[in-house]
Design a protein around this ligand. Sequence first.
Ligand code: GDP
Length: 363
Amino acid sequence: MLRAGIVGLPNVGKSTLFNALVANAKAEAANFPFCTIEPNVGVVTVPDERLQVLSDIATSKEIVPTRVEFVDIAGLVAGASQGEGLGNKFLANIREVDAIAHVVRCFDDDDIIHVSGSVDPARDIEVINLELTLSDLGQVERRMERARKAARSSKEGQFEMTVLEKLREALDAGKSARQVDLSPEEVQVIQGLGLLTQKPIIYAANVSEEDLASGNAWVEEVRKIAAEEQAQVAVVSAQVESELVELPEEERGDYLESLGVEEGGLRTLIRATYELLGLRTFFTSGPQETRAWTIRAGDKAPQAAGEIHTDFERGFIRAETVAYDDLVSTGSMGAAKEKGLIRSEGKEYVVKEGDVLLFRFNV
Ligand code: GDP
């Protein structure tokens, strides 16, 4: 399962957000007993409106959403890359995640101390990014020491040195590894480094309940920075989300309506993180259950089958395939079949977002 790490300065709302994520997952995932692997790791179901539609068509007994993992990585402070606080430990935790959700404080509250004295998203982002960048710089420089020797005797070594030079220059200038233009061969060379600033990032702009509908100037600042960095933004209110989980379900709608929004931002954050991870969803749908499954972009039909069961992958023959939109517009599998919209796809078929699949396999 893919993992996203929640990072940010102290007191920006990370734990509040994480707890809301986890509480929601517990409530929603009736079919999947929520599992706490470690206290700071939560498995979250990915909301997907298509599930209900497919389930209605197939009159399924159950709906099973797909999932993604969130890790609360608290304790990142200025100086972490120099070992300040438990700095290195946190940076090592970040190295293990597939994507970063960076919570940025965009709410004002005199009762909640801000570590730097005032609300200033641009500065906060800079503080965290500097730590990530410095950590990467150290990583690249250590690798260069080894590569330098190899460069004397081999072409590969020389190639590696050029790539590392390129990275060092960018990191030194305060850029992220994400912003460095690398060819697929060059990316290959640095894969093992686990660079933090190479990971896809989403900024979760944490706003007060009053600003959830309208946003505010701080959110705009975050958007501007994100655009420059090729990062994403999701506006969320940790406060609203934590209040929502406390409310009985029938009262949640009224509360959200009073704020002028449809949701507290958590669904958007989960969805956006999922997309950030480069994931694709395919469905299986029948009278028993309608279920969403996760694969990576580019995965082929047998790999998709393998998500369900390794036997499905091994014995894969074909996948009866219909696009979500085609199934919905015709209204039933039978009607889709009559119109020739159900295709029989083989081993080389790259599964597309929203495909509804039925696997044929040998056991
Ligand atoms: P962390 O250190 O980043 O994990 O921050 P916490 O989640 O512990 O939040 C720090 C404090 O800020 C807590 O008292 C929260 O209740 C409060 N807080 C979190 N999000 C919001 C918000 O959106 N608005 C307001 N007013 N307070 C918040």
